[in-house]
Write a protein that binds this ligand. Structure first.
Ligand code: ZN
Length: 220
């Protein structure tokens, strides 16, 4: 049994999302002993990883007499846990900043304008084809997202009506990068960066942010 305080701390640290697949679990989340109790693992915060039912079953059920698939090692689970706790901390910090920026001047940008924005980059998973609906039945697509500390407002020209559309309260941008940028800048995931590029509206099922950010450059 997990002591109440450890349980609470772990559930808050993960935001009730699974540390491996990052799916929001709500009540469907369980605490897993990274080193099994039978192997001497304690019910401590350091030995605890919150997992969804699926990942918990995967992490727990590996029969070395009938090896199938790849076992989740304790070191790997710990790494997943530490990375995920860091993402949750950063995102909560930014949520706090959004509250501070209420009633302050909102920066307005236009679709053709080149802008530089600061924020935290993380890799988020979404249900992909065929239905873009469920982590269980659809393929999973992952994208780099930039969460910015000061919400902005975007003016976009509609292709159909040529009217100008105002999109307010943009906080989460989906990054559009070419393969060269992607390959040479993987280290930006889970860090705070400054990126330059142009914003454009989310228009398809592959777009998950409040807007898209077509990246032209990275400031160290
Ligand atoms: Zn999971």
């Amino acid at each position: 049994m997990w002591p109440q305080k450890i349980k609470e701390d772990a559930l808050v640290a993960c935001g009730r999302r699974c540390c491996v697949c990052h799916m929001f679990g709500g009540r469907n989340i369980e605490l897993h002993h990274i080193v099994m109790e039978s192997k001497g693992g304690g019910s401590t915060f350091d030995n605890c990883v919150p997992l969804c039912f699926n990942c918990h079953a995967e992490a727990g059920h590996y029969n070395s007499e009938h090896p199938k698939g790849t076992k989740y090692s304790s070191a790997e689970l710990r790494k997943h846990r530490d990375r995920w706790f860091q993402v949750v901390r950063e995102l909560e910090f930014l949520e706090g900043r959004w509250e501070e920026s209420e009633n302050k001047q909102i920066e307005e940008v236009y679709e053709d304008q080149v802008v530089t924005l600061k924020g935290f980059v993380w890799r988020e998973a979404f249900p992909g084809p065929p239905n873009y609906d469920s982590f269980e039945t659809d393929r999973i697509e992952t994208y780099w997202m930039l969460v910015i500390s000061k919400p902005i407002c975007l003016f976009s020209n509609s292709f159909e009506t040529e009217e100008t559309i105002k999109i307010e309260d943009i906080k989460k941008l989906q990054l559009c990068v070419d393969s060269e940028f992607y390959c040479s800048n993987r280290q930006i995931v889970r860090t705070n960066v400054e990126l330059t590029g142009k914003l454009f509206m989310s228009i398809s099922g592959h777009h998950h942010g409040d807007a898209n950010f077509d990246i032209r450059g990275l400031h160290a």
